[in-house]
Design a protein around this ligand. Structure first.
Ligand SMILES: [Zn+2]
Length: 139
């Protein structure tokens, strides 16, 4: 019967203030943008590589023996896998930037503490702080 009265105090404790200074947010944003540009140029290089491998394959496949052709196909497939990986990471950074804009990015999912800028720059998809990540891995 007395259940319904106790709602106002319960929620306040968990809502620890999630604030970063504008300078910190800016630092994260710059790190993410740099990361994205890096990945983007790696991706562009990778696409060039794929095109070249493709051209090679078409150009001199007549003279190749089976093993050579196989190696080239393998190389090309590896390069495509790499390119897809890079694209996925670019998307992660894009999403991170969006979430940063909404103020929802860079907080540890477990303890709610801010994740250090350096960590976010290195792993834009990081959702746990280093301490929580280590606890997770120890399991
Ligand atoms: Zn944490």
């Amino acid at each position: 019967m007395a259940k319904a009265t106790n709602t106002s105090t319960a929620t306040t404790a968990k809502a620890t203030k999630r604030t970063r200074t504008a300078a910190e947010t800016e630092k994260i944003r710059v790190a993410l943008v740099e990361r994205r540009d890096e990945l983007q140029s790696e991706y562009d290089e990778s696409l060039t590589e794929i095109t070249e491998l493709q051209r090679d394959r078409l150009a001199d496949s007549a003279g190749d023996d089976q093993a050579d052709a196989g190696t080239k196909t393998f190389e090309r497939e590896q390069e495509i896998t790499l390119a897809n990986n890079l694209l996925e990471r670019i998307n992660q950074v894009e999403r991170a930037l969006e979430r940063l804009g909404e103020g929802n990015y860079g907080w540890c999912e477990r303890c709610g503490n801010p994740i250090p800028v350096e960590r976010l720059a290195a792993f834009p998809s990081a959702t746990l702080c280093v301490t929580c990540k280590q606890l997770e891995e120890r399991r």
